[in-house]
Design a protein around this ligand. Structure first.
Ligand SMILES: Nc1ncnc2c1ncn2[C@@H]1O[C@H](COP(=O)(O)OP(=O)(O)OP(=O)(O)O)[C@@H](O)[C@H]1O
Length: 260
């Protein structure tokens, strides 16, 4: 069943740009400790698209995600969410934008230990003073397989279940874009596959927009496209990736040096 009709995402049409980096550079430190983590990166993430970001360790994947999500400042160039230039926002506006328009799934799940699974899932909406759409919430909770666990606290859940709470939390508020950093990093392969299948489905049927950093070619194969970074630059892009094709591309980084 398609959920698109029942749960239209109203914010912007599919195909509109959900996030964009334009000649974005990020430099950490100065003098001998200076590191150019991102070197004039230009890339777009369209609404209703699932993009994986891959590349060798230290290539700038997390930095790109953090700059686009307003968690880190840019040194030059621009990062936008929709039409909003993040550098033009003050701290409070930035906090509000992250709260209202962006969902996050990090490897450290950042669940609050004193709250139940359900309270963790609805926390961002509670803080924003928004009432969850019960029908939508039920669907998200059911799809991530948490229906019988909603009154449990994080310490009473397995790592995989905690990760699913974190994903449900990101999806429940129906943000314009979800940034996920190694969302399957702590899961066994079966739980990981379930989670990725769910993310894929939320993009296909619900026009959710997802940007996911991963090292795993199998995880990347669930995306619509893969962006490859090396030494802080976008060096390649692959549409309709397969795990084998992604693995082959990653091997070329190892075999021929980082920018091959
Ligand atoms: N806060 C920081 N201060 C100084 N240098 C940093 C900081 N954060 C990242 N870097 C450097 O910027 C570069 C890019 O780091 P980033 O974490 O974005 O890479 P990555 O591709 O996500 O790596 P990994 O796959 O290992 O997680 C690296 O050389 C890293 O050492």
């Amino acid at each position: 069943m398609s959920h698109a009709a029942a749960f239209p995402l109203a914010q912007a049409p599919t195909g509109a740009v959900a996030a964009r980096a334009t000649e974005l550079s990020k430099v950490y430190g100065q003098g001998e400790t200076r590191v150019t983590a991102l070197d004039s990166v230009s890339v777009e993430f369209r609404r209703g698209e699932f993009t994986a970001i891959m590349g060798p360790s230290g290539s700038g994947k997390s930095t790109l995600m953090h700059c686009l999500a307003g968690l880190d400042s840019v040194s030059s160039g621009s990062a936008r969410i929709g039409d909003v230039e993040l550098a033009s926002l003050g701290d409070r506006q930035l906090t509000r934008l992250r709260r209202d328009r962006i969902g996050f799934v990090f490897q450290a799940f950042n669940l609050l230990p004193t709250l139940t699974a359900l309270e963790n899932i609805t926390l961002p909406m509670d803080i924003a003073g928004r009432k969850p759409d019960q029908q939508w919430l039920d669907m998200v909770v059911g799809t991530v397989g948490l229906s019988g666990r909603l009154t449990h606290r994080p310490s009473q859940l397995s790592g995989g279940q905690q990760q699913r709470v974190a994903v449900a939390r990101a999806l429940a508020a129906r943000p314009e874009i979800i940034f996920a950093d190694e969302p399957t990093g702590n899961l066994d392969s079966r739980s990981g596959a379930e989670l990725l299948g769910f993310l894929h489905e939320s993009v296909r049927a619900l026009q959710q927009t997802i940007v996911m950093v991963t090292h795993d070619p199998v995880a990347a194969s669930y995306a619509d496209r893969v962006i490859f970074l090396a030494d802080g630059r976008v060096v390649d892009e692959m549409r309709e990736p397969t795990a084998d094709a992604v693995l082959d591309r990653m091997k070329r980084f190892d075999a021929k040096g980082r920018t091959s």
